[in-house]
Design a protein around this ligand. Structure first.
Ligand SMILES: Cc1cc2nc3c(=O)[nH]c(=O)nc-3n(C[C@H](O)[C@H](O)[C@H](O)COP(=O)(O)OP(=O)(O)OC[C@H]3O[C@@H](n4cnc5c(N)ncnc54)[C@H](O)[C@@H]3O)c2cc1C
Length: 471
């Protein structure tokens, strides 16, 4: 076992200092010489929790770290791509669940695995070692993948490589799902999605953007024309805030705000439909979507931005309720939080205030949270006489999602949903309909890109099992 993890400090590339003036990716990256040194911090532990526990894709992290340390970047790519079809996405947007369970993190700081992954995949693209070949053998079976988010792309990639003919249907005019329309360009440049779509197209996957199944094309028709269907339709229903004043102009769902900026950046829309320019912005919801709204509002020239969260402020360091190697319950500060704006915790919005139909702010109350013995918040109690006002001209609702959209495909197919609004499916990813499988956020509820990719791979392997029985 090497001791570099103790002798060498963890290092990352940091963020661009001038980043607020544009929508370019904010992360900077270390030169490969530094990345090799960082990879040498990996202990190559006997039981690598990063690999078996932390990473939903079960990436062989110690394996590629060793290859990078020794300067064998092409080998590192082969090790990484054996389990991860799109490292260029996860190396940009993954919260790095692997790093939270890195053994180095117990005694020192975790290995900077995500930055190492970035170096491997970007080196592979630069040097032309990302394969573009079509499968050598075709089964004659056809699969329709509905939805082109990370789960749909992963399912399509696997099924195509297994020799099936795959068509990906996407209702939006561009591909990528939340990678394209949710995640801001400053975290993930859309050229990265286009580069991968280009590779998948060369490998034989067909894409049909701008086609909504259940509206533009019947789902039953697809069932007749394809041997299997894989639903990768995301969890698109936003959680609303049903309080007095909700109908005032200037209250929007976070995703409408974010997608309007992404559409303008790409040229898909001529201008931003919902702008924070010169406005006092209130973001309701303290999670990642809210943080993306914050970064976007600051770039648009908001006058001030406040992000409020109903839960209490998490502890600065890993809470004892989530010991290593678990994903830690703790305060998270994104690149956007470092750029400006304010945050408040334990805030319950009671009423939206307006004048002449336009939003002017909210009335809110402070909550005190009762916690369990480990510090986990359990129950809120509204503090007496704590009502206060927050002034705002633009309110963004970033409170999560409550399941699949219910106005088309779901009804047409008679698809069974669970009470939480997600698609009901069994351990083989099969739905209540013969030959129809489901995966990603539409099954799990809002999750992570890495988990959606892993789910897409799992669904593909179950679809393949079914098709093999047909062969
Ligand atoms: C604002 C935001 C930021 C996020 N940031 C991160 C992050 O930084 N890191 C991270 O790991 N995760 C992040 N996530 C979560 C991550 O994006 C999702 O977990 C992931 O995209 C889910 O993938 P999916 O393929 O299941 O669904 P989606 O990405 O939602 O894709 C579903 C696709 O299906 C299409 N579709 C739906 N119905 C139909 C139909 N009837 N016909 C045709 N097409 C249809 C939709 O248009 C969409 O393109 C973020 C989520 C949001 C909302």
């Amino acid at each position: 076992m090497s001791a570099e993890f103790l002798d060498i400090a963890r290092k990352t590339g940091g963020y661009r200092p001038d980043r607020l003036s544009d929508f370019g990716e904010v992360e900077m990256h270390l030169p490969i010489s530094d990345i090799r040194v960082q990879a040498s911090r990996c202990m190559g532990c006997g039981v690598p929790f990063c690999h078996g526990y932390g990473c939903p894709l079960a990436n062989d992290i110690p394996g590629f770290n060793l290859a990078v340390k020794e300067g064998r970047l092409a080998d590192a790519y082969r090790i990484l791509s054996a389990t991860s079809p799109f490292p260029e996405f996860t190396s940009r947007v993954c919260p790095a669940t692997c790093e939270a369970s890195c053994c180095s993190g117990l005694l020192s700081e975790a290995v900077s695995i995500r930055q190492i992954e970035y170096a491997i995949i970007e080196n592979a693209f630069t040097n032309g070692i990302v394969e573009r070949d079509k499968p050598k053998f075709r089964t004659g079976r056809r699969v329709a993948v509905i939805g082109s988010g990370p789960s749909g792309l992963a399912a399509a990639d696997c099924l195509n490589k297994l020799g099936h003919e795959v068509v990906v249907f996407e209702k939006n005019s561009s591909l990528g799902g939340l990678l394209r329309y949710g995640i801001p360009d400053f975290k993930l440049s859309k050229s990265v999605i286009e580069r991968r779509i280009d590779v998948m197209g060369a490998q034989g996957v067909f894409f049909e953007p701008g086609v909504e199944i259940g509206a533009d094309m019947s789902a039953q028709y697809l069932r007749r024309k394809f041997d299997a269907i894989c639903l990768c339709i995301g969890s698109e229903t936003p959680r609303d805030l049903p309080v007095d004043g909700r109908a005032h102009e200037g209250v929007h769902f976070a995703l409408d705000f974010l997608s309007s900026q992404n559409r303008a950046n790409s040229g898909e829309a001529a201008e931003v439909k919902i702008s924070a320019k010169g406005k006092r912005v209130l973001i309701i919801g303290g999670g990642d979507t809210g943080s993306d709204c914050l970064g976007t509002a600051l770039r648009q020239g908001a006058k001030e931005v406040l992000q409020v969260e109903i839960m209490p402020e998490p502890p600065a360091k890993r809470s004892v309720s989530t010991p290593w190697p678990e994903w830690p319950y703790m305060l998270r500060t994104s690149s956007s939080h470092l750029e400006g704006g304010k945050r408040m915790w334990g805030v319950s919005v009671k009423k939206i205030l307006g004048r002449g139909g336009a939003v002017k702010g909210v009335e809110a109350a402070l909550l005190d949270w009762q916690s369990d013995a480990s510090g986990r918040p359990l129950k809120p109690v509204e503090r007496e006489n704590s009502l206060f006002k927050i002034e705002a001209d633009l309110i963004l609702l970033a409170m999560g999602f409550t399941g699949v959209r219910r106005n088309g495909l779901v009804e047409e197919l008679g698809l069974e949903l669970v009470p939480r609004g997600m698609v009901a499916s069994n351990e083989s990813c099969a739905t209540n309909l013969d030959g129809v499988f489901a995966c990603g956020d539409c099954v799990s509820g809002p999750s992570l890109v890495s988990r959606a990719i892993a789910a897409g791979k799992r669904a593909a392997s179950n679809v393949d099992c079914r098709l093999k029985k047909l062969l």
